[in-house]
Design a protein around this ligand. Structure first.
Ligand code: AMP
Ligand code: MG
Length: 396
């Protein structure tokens, strides 16, 4: 039988204590501050329990190593939780996308966000040959096409915005958008008879929905989800990041912004709203926001000028021309980015008065409209907005 001497027992106890502390500290380096506190308590308890045993030199070394590991784990924690920040920019969905995530798992969160964007792009982009949207378009007047939940949902919600705007918002505007080619190398003012021919194909009531199938009733009809897909994508990313317990993030899909929480210093984000008369990055006002989405539709986004006339990219389904109702931009602040994106374009098409009236009936949704005379119109619930360029003024 093996009989242990007192020094053997002490040695084994110390080894055990050492391994346990190493393990606890090692685990905690990858965990958070609460765990560090817990490890300090655990350490103290173990120390007190063993108090009656002699204090050997070896034990003092253990204590020093353990304290060093605790200090290291504390700084690793600080680095992870305070300064961990991942930001990535890429051109996707026909625009510049920037995702910034703060906190632990920020790298994985950004990677997943871009995976979602690529997935949405592969389904809804009109510029990707075999996207679901292009399959719907290629089968116009011929067959119903089976689509994903996402594409079905976006088309379904688009029709709701068509109803709200009395047809001013209409994803079947695609053939007219294509004819104008605004923002492409083929941009031009089309002939009236060309406009008349394609305008004939525009009517959201000719989209047949039979979940999960979508059919365009007539040949040569086409849909374009450019007015709403970015918002839907932002919502998908928001949900995924929330599931990952991300508390601070900015999802910016070409100016379609969704905020998770507040800034890492707990202050609200101060979001500048683009001056529709100036180059990108210059704003006429700012608004403090947290955990909200803000989306702007404006004449400045894509346009060309011919004979001193500005032709922009939001087209009237009524006459086939860029909408001319004195609105320069519509900004929507909401909790739902799909709604904000859909409504920014829909309200643009409605004109100032009707738009302001409509927004009051939509919960948790506000708007800021700018007209061609630099007048600013606010819905009744807009808060924490200030004008930063004194050429602009609040409309009476
Ligand atoms: P947004 O920037 O969200 O206002 O969307 C504008 C984009 O939606 C355009 O570039 C077109 O691709 C498309 N579009 C243009 N006019 C309309 C319209 N009346 N209804 C729906 N989508 C439109
Ligand atoms: Mg829109």
């Amino acid at each position: 039988m093996l009989i242990l001497s007192q020094s053997d027992t002490l040695y084994i106890t110390n080894i055990y204590l050492f391994i346990e502390l190493l393990f606890v500290c090692f685990v905690h380096i990858f965990c958070d501050f609460l765990h560090i506190i817990y490890s300090i308590i655990l350490f103290t308890v173990i120390y007190l329990i063993k108090e009656e045993t002699a204090i050997s030199k070896f034990r003092i070394y253990i204590v020093i190593i353990a304290i060093l590991l605790l200090i290291i784990s504390f700084f690793v924690y600080l680095k992870n939780s305070i300064s961990s920040h991942t930001s990535h920019t890429e051109v996707l969905l026909g625009t510049v996308v920037n995702i910034s995530v703060y906190g632990e798992d920020s790298k994985q969160a950004v990677d997943e966000a871009f995976d979602i964007i690529r997935d949405m792009e592969s389904k809804m982009s009109i510029n990707i040959k075999d996207s679901e949207v292009n399959r719907i378009n290629d089968n116009a007047g011929l067959a119903a096409v089976k689509v994903s939940y996402d594409t079905f949902e976006v088309v379904k919600q688009s029709i709701e915005y068509s109803v709200i705007s009395d047809g001013g918002f209409d994803i079947t505007i695609a053939p007219v958008v294509e004819l104008w080619g605004i923002g492409t190398e083929n941009e031009r003012v089309p002939l009236q008879n060309e406009i008349d021919t394609v305008l004939d194909k525009v009517d959201y009531r000719d989209i047949e929905l039979n979940n999960p199938y979508i059919k365009l009733k007539y040949k040569d009809m086409k849909i374009d989800l450019g007015a709403i897909a970015k918002g839907y994508t932002a919502d998908k990313i928001y949900e995924r990041l929330k599931d990952m317990n991300i508390d601070n993030a900015v999802i910016d899909i070409g100016g379609n912004i969704s905020l998770i929480g507040s800034k890492s210093d707990k202050q609200p984000y101060d979001i500048g709203i683009q001056d529709p008369f100036k180059k990108r990055g210059l704003h006429f006002g700012k608004i403090l926001l947290e955990d909200k989405t803000i989306v702007t539709s404006g004449t400045y986004e894509r346009f060309f000028e011919k004979n001193s006339v500005k032709y922009h990219h939001i087209i009237s389904p009524y006459d086939g021309y860029p909408i001319d109702n004195s609105i320069e931009s519509v900004t929507i602040v909401s909790v739902d980015s799909t709604a904000a994106d859909g409504l920014s374009t829909a309200l643009f098409s409605m004109g100032i008065e009707t738009a302001l009236e409509a927004i009051e009936g939509i919960e948790e949704t506000e708007c800021i409209i700018v007209d061609s005379n630099k007048n600013i119109y606010l819905s009744s619930g807009i808060a924490d907005f200030r004008i930063t360029n004194d050429e602009f003024r609040l409309a009476e």
